[in-house]
Ligand binder design. Sequence first.
Ligand code: NPG
Length: 369
Amino acid sequence: MSVTLLGLELHRLRMPLVAPFRTSFGVETARDVLLVRALTAAADGWGECVAGAEPLYSVEYVDSAQEVIRRFLFPRLAATAQLTAAEVSTVLASVRGHLMAKAAVELAILDAELRTAGVRLVHHLGGVRERVPAGVSVGIADSIPELLDAVAGYLAAGYLRIKLKIQPGWDVEPVAAVRRAHADVPLQVDANAAYARSDADQLARLDEFGLLLIEQPLPEDDLVGHAELARRLRTPICLDESINSARAAETAIALGACSIVNIKAGRVGGYLEARRVHDLCAAAGVPVWCGGMLETGIGRAANVALAALPNFSMPGDTSASERYFSRDVTAPFVLREGHLDVPAGPGIGVEPDGSVLRELSSSMELLRV
Ligand code: NPG
């Protein structure tokens, strides 16, 4: 079903995090959120851009995404009278990269289209579950006791697996401490590309802790290095930053660079490409799980729908709203028996609360066809 695009609203919000989130590339205390609202003749739809305030996780950052949408994406969409969400990536293909910006726009249009048709995103994508198991990503702490406190709190809340952020100097010791305290908890680590090929011996020391996986130890363009490391370690290698398309996933799998894939729709240019990554991995016998980018309820709703697909066979970084924000822009996602419910309504199934949106707003830009 096609939509007639009337305009895009670009909402920027400042959302303080309940606690600072430290990774190998920096510390975040608040999210600089960009929400996209697609205004169409029949219904409006929402998307979220997951780019950070600075280009530290990837080359994109939120100001760049807003500029790309304004200058390069919106004019191409506005020139197309009738549009389906499935055509968006083709219409935008001449613009190189900027996958997080494209993903946000595509989701807003997809949400509008699905709301118009009365179809849930989870069904459109091929989801087979009504709730998804939730893990939690635990940032680098100031000390081991602080880390143990944080992990204990999340386990008490019901999270089904723990992911620890690691970096050189914060790896074997914190992992050993968490494993000592919680012998059976499903545990994995994420390096955000902070290691070099020459760190293989140090990374092999993690093998004794029975980790589910080690995520993105090496730089994003080092697939050969990941393949060498995979032969060296017992811990399975999962890729995140390296996988920016279904083709990249195909290449990584063919090279033996990973045996598990983290899927983030923003990183691959949208939920439709994310589904292609899912399908390709399923065909190759490679399990996937849903990554997170500290999303508000808008992006979280879509992530939870995606994580309901059959080959999402491990808990995702799809935590409850209260793990991130004291107030979310949508009705909060709540952890029940370690799971989040897939929203029930058409499209992504949630909408921002108008008053919260106004309260948190730092700017709003309207692009009109
Ligand atoms: O629960 O959404 C979440 C956070 C999960 O660790 C997480 N995300 O590298 O995957 C990552 C990391 C991240 C967060 C990356 C924010 C970039 C920005």
